[in-house]
Design a protein around this ligand. Structure first.
Ligand SMILES: NC(=O)c1ccc[n+]([C@@H]2O[C@H](COP(=O)([O-])OP(=O)(O)OC[C@H]3O[C@@H](n4cnc5c(N)ncnc54)[C@H](OP(=O)(O)O)[C@@H]3O)[C@@H](O)[C@H]2O)c1
Length: 243
């Protein structure tokens, strides 16, 4: 997928990995719709800023009515703090599934016809290595990411006929404020040697997309996938922590 001259829409660009996606796509010569549910927080010059809440169907439809020239959709936005499944707050667990699974699905359903009209294009879903394992303290997020991985595989089959490349980005730990806060709250010292820099991750993802890869993994993503060959196990964050 050639990114120079492409038109990309990225969800959740007001912070974290989504911000870097918008900046790097611009850098690679794409037109960029930088979307956020609080668009006033998007500070990237030379992008088209759109209000978009992926869990609000009217908001998704409004974005699809404006961004009719999109040929690259990056589903990055997600609520990631669901807590544990058995003891956690049920509303937080639902919000995690709502954004990772149903929000991504709403975006795919709204933009698949647009991608088809624009030659097929590509969808990049931002998944996580915890989709293939789990993590104590946030098992709800891991389960939602598993569902999102299944969704990604399903739509790849469904959209092959219209020529849409469907890729999943599968990172381990990425040094965003949200991840650093989670580590701090859990008393973990996750150094830069175990956390991927968000800009490095985005460059890896876009290189993979340009090369036509369907699954793009960083180091911990590779390790998480390897665990699938054995019995189910949790990612032990204390084992990768310095403390
Ligand atoms: N950081 C990691 O270690 C890591 C590892 C693996 C995968 N990931 C995945 O990478 C993606 C980004 O993670 P991150 O660390 O950059 O997260 P982040 O810093 O917490 O940012 C999340 C972004 O998603 C937006 N968002 C949440 N719900 C939304 C909704 N309903 N509609 C529109 N936007 C919404 C947030 O907007 P608000 O500011 O309005 O909340 C924010 O812009 C997520 O899919 C996450 O699961 C992250």
């Amino acid at each position: 997928m050639e990114l120079r001259g492409a038109t990309a829409l990225v969800t959740g660009t007001n912070r974290g990995i989504g911000h870097h996606f918008a900046v790097e796509l611009l850098q690679r010569g794409a037109k960029v719709y930088a979307t956020a549910r609080r668009p006033e927080l998007v500070t990237i010059p030379s992008v088209e800023i759109l209000r978009l809440d992926i869990n609000d169907q009217a908001s998704v439809d409004a974005a699809a009515a404006v961004a009719t020239d999109v040929d690259v959709l990056v589903n990055n936005a997600a609520f990631t703090a669901g807590g544990n499944l058995v003891t956690g707050d049920l509303d937080a667990i639902r919000a995690t599934m709502d954004s990772n699974y149903y929000g991504t699905l709403a975006m795919v359903r709204a933009f698949a016809p647009i991608l088809a009209r624009n030659g097929g294009g590509a969808i990049l879903n931002v998944l996580s290595g915890v989709a293939w394992t789990t993590v104590d303290g946030n098992t709800a997020y891991a389960a939602a990411k598993s569902a999102q991985w299944g969704l990604t595989n399903g739509i790849r089959v469904e959209l092959a006929g219209q020529g849409t490349l469907v890729a999943g980005l599968v990172p381990g730990l990425v040094a965003t404020d949200t991840m650093k806060e989670f580590a701090r709250d859990a008393g973990l010292d996750l150094g830069t040697d175990v956390m991927t820099d968000p800009l490095d991750l985005v460059r890896l993802a876009l290189d993979g997309l340009e090369a036509g890869e369907v699954e793009i993994l960083d180091g911990l993503g590779v390790a998480a996938k390897a665990t699938l060959a054995g019995p189910p196990q949790a990612l032990d964050l204390s084992a990768v922590s310095a403390s």
